[in-house]
Design a binder for this molecule. Structure first.
Ligand SMILES: [Zn+2]
Length: 374
């Protein structure tokens, strides 16, 4: 890691490139905030001439502009959440430690590895599978909502874990002598549940080392049937009053969340909605094997072996996302579940090598990861 001294002694300190092709810029802390020799002095109109004043202002303007640029770069490195297709998405996802992704405008959280504070305020929780880094925070989520007198949450989960989760809460109730109110909804792949009059959810099949499923949240709207499209308002109103069904219900996949899965979920024909949701939140494994850094020295066998290793652990490698790029119809893809051994730059570098068709819509959730520059 660079020390602050080594950064200061560098002739042109550089910050990570935020986007491929973006020019680097100089660190503004090397730009003097006041002209040399004037630090600590109060400069007034009475003690400085107009020319000197103009010079001072221009230096200040340059310094402030550089400062603003620096602030923006720092904020980008340290940003907590992302905004994708009109959805603010936040949370944390560190492989093996904790995953909880929150979409406040939908009032939902996906998985609950350790229950971050913001998750407590979401009424609907979707559990993908029972690994502790995805479900470990469940009792705290329910208990903390009780502490704040929030209404009992609705928790969706794969039907096969319902009984165990109920037993878990029985044990916690017994140990803590606390009521722990919640509603459990075992929801199977293909079933639909209305969470708001304009939102429904459907689980979809994922492939992990234990039973698992993802979820698609759909917006619901009523669209006038085609055969009535030519009619004017009063006639449509008359038809409606007469009891004729004049609209079709249209479901649009908005946000899909896979949790842990191999790339096999991409090839499931019934998962088309997850792959055409406006936002797909999925997991990915990266690697820093020499062959990934230096393709010229990589062998086909190296790649195959490493991808197979990732598959056997129920996960998906970045190279598989590249391989299946044509199936992703999503407008944005949020990648999650990176290993805790990475720095933010270690995550962004391999992602920046995605093919041009995919790259503009892919973002990494880096909350909880440190930058090499912090
Ligand atoms: Zn897992």
């Amino acid at each position: 890691m660079k020390t602050s001294m080594s950064m200061l002694s560098s002739p042109a300190p550089r910050f990570p490139l935020l986007f491929p092709g973006e020019p680097p810029f100089r660190a503004p802390y090397l730009v003097p905030l006041r002209p040399a020799g004037e630090r600590g002095r109060v400069v007034t109109a009475a003690t400085s001439g107009e020319r000197r004043k103009a010079g001072y202002v221009s230096v200040m303007e340059r310094a402030l502009a550089a400062e603003e640029e620096y602030r923006r770069a720092r904020a980008e490195v340290l940003r907590k959440g992302v905004e994708l297709e009109g959805y603010a998405i936040e949370g944390i996802s560190i492989g093996g430690h904790e995953t909880c992704v929150i979409v406040p405008s939908l009032n939902v959280a996906f998985d609950i590895g350790r229950c971050p504070a913001r998750a407590v305020h979401q009424d609907f929780l979707f559990i993908t599978h029972a690994h502790l880094d995805h479900i470990g925070g469940l009792p705290m989520y329910v208990a903390t909502r009780g502490l704040y007198s929030l209404k009992p949450p609705t928790i969706f989960l794969p039907p096969c874990i319902k009984e165990d989760v109920e037993k878990l809460f029985d044990v916690h109730r017994s140990m803590s002598q606390t009521e722990l109110k919640l509603e459990i909804v075992p929801l199977d792949v293909g079933e639909t549940y209305e969470i708001r009059n304009d939102l429904v959810v459907r689980p979809f099949k994922t492939h992990h080392v234990i039973p698992s499923q993802g979820y698609v949240i759909y917006s619901v709207r009523n669209k006038l049937k085609k055969q009535f499209a030519h009619l004017k308002g009063p006639k449509i109103k008359k038809l409606k009053l007469s009891g004729v069904q004049i609209t079709d219900t249209v479901l649009s996949p908005e946000v899909a969340f896979t949790g842990d899965t191999t790339s096999d979920f991409i090839l499931e024909p019934r998962n088309a909605d997850a792959l055409r949701a406006k936002v797909l939140i999925t997991e990915v494994s990266l690697s820093f094997f020499p062959w990934l850094i230096d393709h010229e020295h990589a062998t086909f066998l190296d790649e195959k072996n490493y991808i197979e290793h990732v598959r056997q652990h129920g996960h998906m490698h970045l190279l598989e996302i590249m391989e299946h790029a044509q199936w992703f119809r999503n407008k944005s893809i949020l990648l999650t579940n990176f290993s805790s051994r990475y720095k933010i730059e270690d995550i962004r570098q391999p992602i920046s090598r995605l093919q041009p068709k995919l790259l503009p819509k892919v973002v990494a959730l880096t909350e909880g990861f440190k930058s090499t520059y912090t």
